[in-house]
Design a protein around this ligand. Structure first.
Ligand SMILES: *[C@@H]1O[C@H](CO)[C@@H](O)[C@H](O)[C@H]1NC(C)=O
Ligand SMILES: *[C@@H]1O[C@H](CO)[C@@H](O)[C@H](O)[C@H]1NC(C)=O
Length: 528
């Protein structure tokens, strides 16, 4: 009897802890950033690999795929795409004043926001309403009005944001912004640096500007929401939907990346989600080549959007000259295998290579890349110091940050010559500081109770188990700005204190006048 009861209790416990599998999940990722999409898809792939049936709506063809992910692509119109591209190029091509950048950003964003609204009316999108879903992921990209889709499907929402937490997503789950020690967008702060008065003033100023911008956007987002869903009966408002977000997944890991900051329980950090927890075995030739590398090896891969053959021939010649003279082995990603830069016993050319798995190999001592964010993240994860050769776009910025963090050195690809290329390689290989610094980061980055993939699975299953997670929610989500900052309490206390001070002062004055008056008269009496 007792045994039976125990086993029933055990069974119930098991059921509570058992992950929900085979749920129907919708991923709505209408961000126009390819790098965001890779991260969203890596997160979704984890769910598909663990038995969930996922449908994903995007505006670009995703590069990360899985057989159990049904992808619906609704691209922007050519016209929109052209406009967006020209705006971005214009911005990248010149030094703009702050106001100018803001204005352009606002108009660029308007286009992005508009196209994300149009998506909802597209017949290809509308088909999703025929499926019964259990959960919706919304990739955040100033698209709050898309929360109406979840309201229509009557499913809980997890918002995924593919950078560190920031104001607009913090607000959804009531995560504190803490301007006195958490740097805002645009405030640069070295790891461990404390904000002095000027930095704090700047940071607060930035927060005010961002808040104003967001207030302007909020109006438009609400208008769009009402325009799209206003005719539905018994429909929640956008405000209600925003206060009903179950969780927020952010692509960050504050313990290793900084800043150290408070996170409410509804925030789960999934930084590194795109990197494999365990490397796959390497192809035979690469594995052999690395095994034979007595003095360690170097990986050279200049990314996918820059074809190696598009790099100027004299640059390639210089690179080959330096690399073929090294005692290290070099794996060089090179598309045109019939036309390699030159033959050398220590160089292996590969058209395609499993970059992540190679970086995980202990023989790799240096990673030469083009400053792409994905490559830098992988190198950071595996603790491989870098030489970045940036060309355009976000690459110079990424490379500079990488160098500032002490993970390696950066060299503008167009400035490259034999001497500086060789000097930079020797610097990273011989100065142990780079390997130590990135090695320490790598250790902290990976030292977590749950890996990024486990985190995604655990919290997704958690939200599925409870059909939403209102019990995780911070009460601050439902508070106005006055109550949240306790302004009313401070006001009443200040008023009460002022009153007490005022009365005390009056009383003192009164008593004093009486006493003084008396003593004066008594003095007068004495003199007489
Ligand atoms: C999986 O999702 C698709 C929608 O993309 C749906 O048509 C299909 O019925 C779902 N499969 C199951 C087993 O629910
Ligand atoms: C809030 O979300 C839950 C599911 O997580 C849903 O049952 C509920 O109806 C939603 N409330 C509103 C006001 O939309």
């Amino acid at each position: 009897m007792v045994g039976l009861r125990l086993s029933i209790v055990g069974l119930c416990l098991l059921m509570v802890a058992l992950p929900a599998r085979g749920a129907n999940i919708l991923g709505l990722f209408s961000s126009h950033s390819p790098s965001h999409l890779i991260l969203h898809m890596s997160m979704i792939k984890t769910l598909a690999e663990n038995g969930h049936n996922v449908t994903v709506v995007t505006m670009m063809k995703p590069t990360v795929t899985h057989k159990d992910i049904h992808v619906i692509v609704v691209p922007m119109t050519d016209e929109q795409e052209e406009l967006l591209e020209s705006q971005m190029n214009e911005m990248a091509g010149q030094k703009n004043s702050f106001i100018d950048t803001m204005l352009r950003l606002m108009s660029g964003m308007r286009l992005m926001v508009d196209s994300q609204l149009e998506l909802l009316s597209d017949p290809r999108f509308q088909r999703i309403y025929e499926t019964k879903f259990d959960l919706m992921f919304m990739g955040y990209f100033i698209n709050d009005f898309q929360l109406g889709v979840a309201a229509k499907l009557q499913v809980p929402v997890i918002v995924s944001w593919m950078q560190a937490p920031m104001l607009a997503v913090d607000e959804l789950v009531g995560n504190p912004t803490e301007t006195s020690y958490v740097p805002n967008l645009g405030t640069s702060l070295a790891r461990g640096e404390k904000m002095g008065f000027v930095k704090r003033l700047q940071n607060l100023g930035m927060e005010v500007i961002v808040r104003i911008m967001w207030t302007i956007f909020d109006r438009r987002l609400e208008k769009y929401y009402n325009q799209q869903f206003g005719h539905e009966v018994n429909f929640p408002t956008l405000g209600e939907m925003k206060r009903n977000v179950s969780m927020l997944f952010t692509n960050s890991h504050s313990v290793s990346e900084g800043p150290i900051r408070p996170l409410v329980p509804a925030v789960a950090e999934i930084g590194g989600i795109q990197v494999k927890d365990q490397p796959d075995p390497l192809p035979e030739d690469i594995a052999q080549f690395l095994e034979n590398a007595q003095n360690g090896a170097i990986l050279l891969a200049l990314g996918t959007n820059i074809k190696s053959t598009a790099v100027k021939p004299e640059l390639v010649r210089s690179m080959f000259k330096v690399l073929s003279g090294l005692k290290q082995h070099v794996i060089w990603k090179w598309e045109d295998l019939d036309n390699t830069p030159g033959k050398s016993a220590n160089i292996l050319y590969k058209k395609w290579l499993p970059q992540d798995d190679i970086l995980a190999h202990p023989k790799i001592k240096l990673f030469i890349n083009h400053g792409g964010r994905g490559g830098i993240t992988e190198a950071q994860y595996h603790g491989v110091p870098m030489l970045a050769l940036p060309i355009f776009g976000d690459q110079p910025g990424n490379a500079e940050n990488m160098q500032k963090a002490g993970y390696g050195v950066a060299l503008d690809l167009l400035q490259l010559n034999e001497d500086n290329f060789k000097a930079n390689i020797q610097e990273v290989l011989n100065n142990k500081q780079y390997a130590l610094t990135i090695g320490r980061f790598s250790q902290l980055y990976r030292d977590r109770p749950l890996t990024a993939k486990q985190t995604v699975l655990y919290w997704t299953d958690y939200v599925l188990r409870y059909k939403g997670a209102p019990h995780l929610q911070s009460p601050s989500v439902h508070m106005g700005i006055v109550a949240y900052h306790n302004l009313d309490v401070y006001a009443v206390l200040t008023a009460a204190l002022s009153l007490v001070l005022f009365l005390t002062w009056r009383a003192l004055k009164f008593t004093c006048r009486k006493l003084c008056g008396k003593s004066k008269t008594s003095k007068k009496v004495k003199r007489q």
